[in-house]
Design a binder for this molecule. Structure first.
Ligand code: ADP
Length: 565
């Protein structure tokens, strides 16, 4: 049965009890009151008339008004005959009174008094009888009322005791079930076997718990599957990977990483990384937050391998909750790069001899030792000379680059005067500048201190700056070459300022990369994109630094600084 119906029935029952008790009470009260009324009407009034008539007899005056009063009372009595024997006594009274009225005889008064006594007796007996009847009715009412009230009280009492429990118990069970669910105990179920709304609620709860249980198990299985999949991928990778939490505790390390570090993956998980790093130089290098562009050379699997370090932050919103360190195995690329460098070195070296031969032959042709040349032939000869000169400088740059890449830069350090470098470089490029009518301004303080550097390499860099400046400057413009002591007073700063088209800021760092040329830069076609990369290597090999400041449309200022001697 539905809870709603139960409640409705219980309230209907209480209502019926109230109505029943109320109407029974009212009915019995009405009955008692009508019985009392009857006594009053039937007997008490008769007694009143009899008393009036007796008063007349007792006074024995028998004046006219007494007779009238007697007559009036007798008339009323004649109309209020209700008991057996009352009619007869009243008739007798009437006849005795009528007789007395015609001839007042005192013997008749005795007869009248006798009938009056009879009437009194009849009515008194009726009052006693009726009173008994009323008392009986009252007792009956009392018994019935007590009985009904007791039954109702018992029913209501059992209702009060039991009904709250039928509602509160399942609600209590539901509360406990929900508390279990909040503790993630999704196996909890409610054992309420009822067909009402509370039973429906319990079934809905059980269904929810079942679904949550299923979801928990399926998502746990999925999470476990994903974890194993990720672990498998991480372990299969050629790169070393390790994870740290925000407090630098090691969370995991894959087999390549463990082998590389010479550690046991299962033993170091959960350890404080800086503690482990105390006895492990490589781990110390890896934990260092700085990343260097130079690959790390590590001896693993009985061979040299090359790795680059990548640091990835694991974030939760804005907060860093951990770090992943990846050592990318770039050995195959490194080997390819090595092969390329060797190839370039060999080719550029091999090309130098035939180019030198071509140049020699061209010199012979130019001197017209073999025979005179006409104008057209001279023009062609000049072009071949220009091209072979370019070929020679390109092979020279490639050779320099391969030297740089193989780490074979030969540096001859000596104490050099900055003026010396600038003078030699500007003189070498004076001719090219003159061809474009470009003025070279040199601003060198006379008392500049000497630097500790390799003269050839430094001159090479300055010449590269100058030849770029000339190449990317418009005709009839100016180029300023400057040297000054740096702000930190520990270096001499060399700079070459041109007023050409400048370089977009997004390319300013990349122009120092090998083979990089600014896109759509008309003059670049004639270059190789190697000059600045080699310059950077040369300067950094001498413990200096290099850079550029440039604004598109306003020219560029290339600079490098080298330590004082
Ligand atoms: P390249 O042989 O192409 O000149 P570099 O390494 O010397 O190679 O220069 C790289 C690129 O930087 C050039 O291709 C050019 O686009 C840009 N660049 C170098 N110097 C200047 C300069 N003074 N003004 C404008 N662009 C320049």
């Amino acid at each position: 049965m539905k809870l709603k119906t139960k409640l409705r029935l219980a309230l209907t029952f209480l209502f019926a009890v109230i109505v029943l008790l109320g109407s029974l009470g009212a009915w019995y009260l009405k009955k008692l009151s009508s019985e009392a009324q009857e006594i009053l009407k039937d007997n008490y009034i008769s007694l009143e008339y009899v008393r009036n008539m007796r008063n007349v007899i007792d006074e024995n005056a028998w004046k006219n008004e007494d007779i009238a009063l007697f007559e009036k009372s007798l008339l009323y009595q004649e109309q209020n005959i209700t008991e057996i024997g009352e009619a007869e006594a009243t008739q007798q009274l009437r006849s005795h009174f009528n007789a007395f009225s015609k001839s007042p005889d005192s013997s008749r008064i005795g007869l009248i008094a006798k009938q009056l006594t009879k009437l009194t007796d009849v009515n008194m007996q009726a009052i006693v009888r009726k009173n008994e009847q009323v008392k009986k009715t009252a007792d009956e009412v009392y018994t019935y009322m007590v009985l009904i009230a007791t039954v109702c009280a018992l029913v209501a009492f059992s209702f009060i005791i039991n009904f709250p429990n039928t509602i509160a118990e399942p609600i209590q069970q539901l509360t406990e079930g929900l508390q279990e669910i909040s503790r993630k105990n999704y196996e909890s179920r409610l054992g309420v076997e009822r067909k009402d709304e509370l039973g429906e609620m319990a079934r809905a709860f059980n269904l929810m718990a079942e679904k949550l249980d299923e979801y928990e198990h399926s998502s746990l299985a999925r999470v476990l599957f994903e974890k194993r999949r990720t672990e498998t991928i991480i372990n299969q990778m050629n790169d070393a990977i390790m994870g740290l939490d925000e407090n630098n505790y090691l969370l995991f390390i894959n087999s390549v990483g463990a082998e590389m570090l010479g550690l046991d993956a299962s033993q170091i998980a959960g350890k404080y990384a800086p503690d482990v790093a105390l006895k492990n130089d490589l781990l110390r290098t890896l934990l260092n937050e700085e990343t260097s562009p130079k690959p790390l050379k590590i001896f693993t699997n009985e061979r040299e391998s090359y790795f680059t370090k990548e640091l990835l932050d694991v974030k939760n919103g804005e907060n860093r909750i951990g770090r992943v360190i990846i050592l990318k195995n770039i050995t195959p690329f490194h080997e390819l790069d090595q092969a390329k460098t060797n190839f370039i070195a060999t080719i550029s070296h091999e090309l130098k001899t035939p180019i030198a031969g071509i140049k020699m032959s061209l010199k012979l042709l130019e001197n017209e030792r073999i025979g005179p040349l006409n104008e057209e032939q001279k023009h062609l000869l000049n072009q071949i000379q220009d091209d072979s000169q370019r070929l020679l400088s390109i092979t020279g740059e490639l050779l320099d680059l391969s030297q740089v890449e193989t780490g074979k830069i030969q540096l001859n350090f000596s104490s050099i005067h900055p003026q010396e470098v600038i003078k030699a470089a500007t003189e070498a490029l004076l001719f090219s500048a003159e061809q474009k009518q470009i003025e070279l301004h040199c601003q060198i303080p006379a008392d500049l201190p000497a630097i500790q550097a390799d003269l050839d390499k430094t001159m090479w860099v300055l010449m590269n700056f100058l030849s770029n400046a000339i190449r990317y400057s418009p005709e009839k413009s100016t180029i300023t070459v400057e040297a000054q002591v740096s702000i930190d007073q520990k270096h001499v700063l060399f700079s070459v300022q041109d007023f050409g088209k400048g370089i977009e800021s997004k390319y300013q760092q990349r122009i120092f990369d090998r083979y990089f040329q600014v896109p759509n830069n008309g003059q670049s076609k004639s270059g190789t994109g190697l000059g600045l990369a080699i310059s950077k290597e040369f300067i950094e090999a001498q413990k200096g630094s290099i850079g550029v400041e440039s604004e598109l449309g306003n020219g560029s200022r290339f600079w490098f600084q080298l330590p004082l001697a």
